[in-house]
Design a protein around this ligand. Structure first.
Ligand SMILES: [Zn+2]
Length: 310
């Protein structure tokens, strides 16, 4: 769905725009007073803060059309270290951004419309929770994002949980893995060094996505694939247990690029959890595998969720 709004926005100005800033593309959606997407558009990402601001502003104008002056707000999900209060983002390595006052700059170029900047995983969690069956409503829902890195977005009663310093859900840098690979964060054995998309690609280097091939080769009985999949699935099991036993969410959404693996990924995770359950009646009672759901990878969950943070 791409293009200009056909339905005129009401005087209430209740329409919002959500923008998902990614390493390869920037995507925007126009969302009505509920959660329905009325228009969407995407462009390839360009590096550098000025280009990112220009592209975000351009996308907002494109999807909002003539409603751009009456928007209730713009939400932006971005990788990097986000200060939602100041609207700034730092250390977006993929886009050559050191520090950028993304919120204030976009707001200034759109006539002062309210802009809120949010961590991309958190925004995607909000969007996915709208679309995954059984994830909407009261209680806790978590999306574990197996993307380039590993992090979780925690939602309680429909509200994102940031914690005291904004680090709630940063499970990727919990050092648990017995293989103890070095992590760029300075620690060793972080979960992210084993079960993020980037690390699986490193452990199982193939052309194209590594996880589907790794699973297929392991199922075919290739010994090295069985060994690597064992390492990866062990770390995935740790990540899921951390989420289940700290937040105890009703639904655990599996998101990020690795979710494109589809059901075989859920099967690998479930098998790991069942293996642990056989040795632990406590874990057996939690039914963690039953709570796993795939994020809808054909939907713009990052942009939709960004629209909902405003
Ligand atoms: Zn780390």
């Amino acid at each position: 769905m791409t293009g200009i709004v056909t339905e005129p926005v009401g005087e209430s100005g209740r329409y919002r725009v959500g923008v998902d800033v990614g390493g390869t593309k920037i995507e925007a959606v126009l969302v009505d007073g509920g959660t329905a997407i009325r228009a969407s558009h995407r462009v390839p990402a360009r590096r550098g803060g000025d280009n990112v601001v220009e592209d975000v502003v351009g996308l907002v104008r494109t999807v909002a059309g003539e409603s751009v002056d009456r928007l209730a707000g713009v939400g932006i999900g971005t990788p990097g270290q986000v200060d939602s209060t100041a609207g700034t983002v730092s250390h977006v390595v993929n886009l050559d951004i050191d520090t950028l006052a993304l919120g204030p700059e976009v707001s200034a170029r759109l006539g002062g419309v309210p802009v809120r900047v949010e961590n991309d995983v958190n925004a995607a969690a909000l969007g996915a929770a709208q679309l995954v069956p059984g994830a909407k409503g009261t209680g806790a829902v978590v999306m574990v994002n197996f993307g380039t890195g590993l992090a979780a977005g925690i939602i309680v009663d429909g509200v994102l949980q940031h914690g005291f310093s904004g680090a709630a859900g940063e499970i990727g840098h919990i050092p648990l893995d017995p293989n103890r690979f070095d992590c760029p964060c300075g620690q060793r054995g972080c979960l992210e060094t084993v079960c993020s998309g980037a690390s699986v690609q490193r452990l199982w280097p193939v052309d194209g996505p590594a996880m589907p091939d790794l699973i297929a080769q392991a199922h075919a009985g290739r010994a090295d694939a069985v060994r690597v999949l064992g390492i990866v699935s062990h770390a995935m099991g740790d990540a899921l247990q951390i989420v289940a036993q700290t937040v105890d969410p009703r639904v655990i959404i599996i998101g990020g690029g690795m979710a494109k693996t589809g059901e075989p990924l859920i099967e690998v995770m479930s098998e790991e959890l069942y293996r642990r359950e056989r040795e632990c009646p406590f874990l057996q009672g939690l039914h963690v595998a039953d709570r796993l759901r795939l994020a809808p990878m054909d939907q713009p969950i990052g942009a939709l969720g960004a629209a909902l943070v405003i």
